[in-house]
Design a protein around this ligand. Structure first.
Ligand SMILES: [Zn+2]
Length: 485
């Protein structure tokens, strides 16, 4: 749900829109100078300097309340984001079981060989980062070599110990006065900033990153980090401000040789944001975030298994919270060809029902308008839905996405009949399929051939020159962004 339609709801809508903007959009006025209100009396000079330099470069961020919280332990996710950004890495897919699918900074570090996770294939993004773990990330990330081997009483002679000694020998991290290093101790946020900043200076790379004012929707925006400090890692950081790296994201799954169509599927809401809520006849509650996710996952599944030449990335493929700015940042950096946001509508009046689609109400390409028209019509026709029309609105995901984008409001969760339909898994499957067919028609995407069609084609191809023969169905096209690595 992203809007209320009735004119008398307009004031209400404006109120919620303002609230929404206040919560989710940056205070642009603060973008230029970065100050954290809890650092006014902060004493550690190294810490001040590192935080200042790195926050100007958008490598580190504070919290939504304007604090930096230097003494809090840094999480593995937060550290991954800072290091990946300091290295200029673009988000990339990760293969950890506990990291959301789709491009992330954790994935960028994994692909760069800087992090490898635990033996169960997990990254443990919410865990506190230990000093030894940070040493390893810094040494591998910045390619540091052993200088004069330091003496550290409590550091083992294992792999992790080696990284600790290399980090210490470069002065990036130091031991304690009693000769210990305390490798298992968690790293505080200001300590991490200082250590990473030292590594950046070592390799001569502590210049502020180039920023493109106005191009980075949430430059200077603090993290949405209300959830126990675990959010600001790859999942919820503002755009890097470095959009010059476009096209540098490795093309996951693109091993067919041809240009793949990149579809970004955005399941609205998630995690602590349930979206709109509805009640079924039996009194049970349904939540928009779950319906969105189910439809979005089914759309992705159908494209991956039944279509050829289509790559799908998702803003989330499970019940996690992803900021709006992060959704469009991922799509923009991935170089998506089309952005599809899946939502369910809601209104104060239970009588409101039906289907509608949205595109941005500012300047859009003719393509954007045309795709909406085709997709909207296919879905309405195929399912016989009550058509509320094609609409335009200033929704963040539509506004901030650089490619053509559509937001689909799939019926009203606040309407009993619509809610009953939405709670039916079969209907959600049909809905997903109708959306897929609309997108496929709009963008001329092709289904994989069945084996019968395939052998038929091979017969027909016999007398064609090789270049004109139809391409064999290649399993590799199924390797999507989520499956890569
Ligand atoms: Zn919604």
């Amino acid at each position: 749900m992203l809007t209320l339609k009735k004119p008398k709801d307009r004031l209400r809508w404006l109120f919620f829109a303002a609230l929404f903007l206040a919560v989710f959009l940056p205070n642009v006025g603060e973008a230029a100078s970065v100050t954290f209100k809890d650092l006014a009396r902060y004493q550690w000079e190294d810490g001040k300097k590192a935080i200042q330099v790195m926050s100007q470069s958008r490598i580190i961020n504070g919290y939504p309340d304007g604090t930096f919280r230097p003494a809090e332990p840094i999480t593995r996710q937060q550290a991954a984001k800072i290091i990946a950004m300091s290295l200029g890495l673009q988000p990339a897919p990760a293969s950890f079981t506990d990291v959301p699918k789709g491009p992330s900074y954790i994935g960028a570090l994994q692909q760069a060989g800087v992090v490898s996770g635990d033996q169960q294939g997990r990254y443990r993004p919410g865990d506190h980062l230990t000093r030894a773990q940070l040493a390893k990330m810094i040494v591998l990330g910045y390619g540091l070599q052993m200088k004069q081997e330091p003496k550290l009483k409590d550091v083992k002679n294992d792999d992790l110990g080696k990284y600790v000694r290399i980090a210490a020998s470069n002065g990036v991290m130091t031991g304690y006065e009693d000769g210990t290093f305390r490798p298992n101790q968690p790293v505080k946020r200001d300590q991490a900033a200082v250590m990473i900043h030292r590594a950046m200076r070592l390799v001569g790379d502590d210049r502020p990153l180039p920023n493109e004012p106005g191009d980075s929707p949430d430059a200077g925006k603090p993290d949405d980090d209300k959830d126990s400090g675990e959010q600001p890692g790859s999942g919820n950081e503002p755009g890097s401000g470095d959009d010059s790296g476009e096209g540098e994201v490795p093309p996951p799954g693109d091993n067919t040789g041809g240009k793949l169509f990149r579809l970004f599927v955005d399941a609205g809401h998630g995690g602590e944001d349930p979206g709109a809520m509805g009640k079924l006849a039996d009194g049970s509650q349904i939540r928009e975030k779950e319906i969105n996710l189910d439809i979005a996952n089914e759309i992705a599944r159908i494209f991956r298994t039944e279509y050829v030449g289509v790559e799908v990335a998702m803003s989330r493929s499970d019940d996690t919270f992803v900021m709006l700015s992060e959704r469009t940042r991922q799509a923009n950096e991935w170089g998506a060809d089309y952005f599809v946001s899946i939502h369910v509508n809601s209104a104060a009046s239970p009588s409101a029902s039906g289907f509608e689609t949205y595109i941005y109400n500012g300047p859009v390409s003719a393509e954007t308008v045309e795709k909406q028209r085709i997709i909207h019509q296919v879905i309405v026709d195929k399912l016989g839905l009550k058509d509320r029309g094609m609409k335009r609105a200033n929704f963040a995901v539509l506004r901030e996405s650089k490619m053509p984008a559509i937001l689909i409001e799939n019926l009203f969760i606040s309407n009993p009949a619509d809610a009953a339909l939405l709670s039916d898994p079969q209907f959600r499957k049909q809905l997903a399929r109708a959306i897929v067919e609309g997108i496929a028609k709009a963008w001329n995407l092709q289904k994989k051939k069945t084996s019968a069609e395939f052998s038929n084609d091979n017969m027909n191809n016999q007398h064609l020159p090789e270049s004109e023969q139809s391409q064999p169905v290649n399993d590799a096209t199924e390797s999507s962004v989520d499956d890569a690595a």
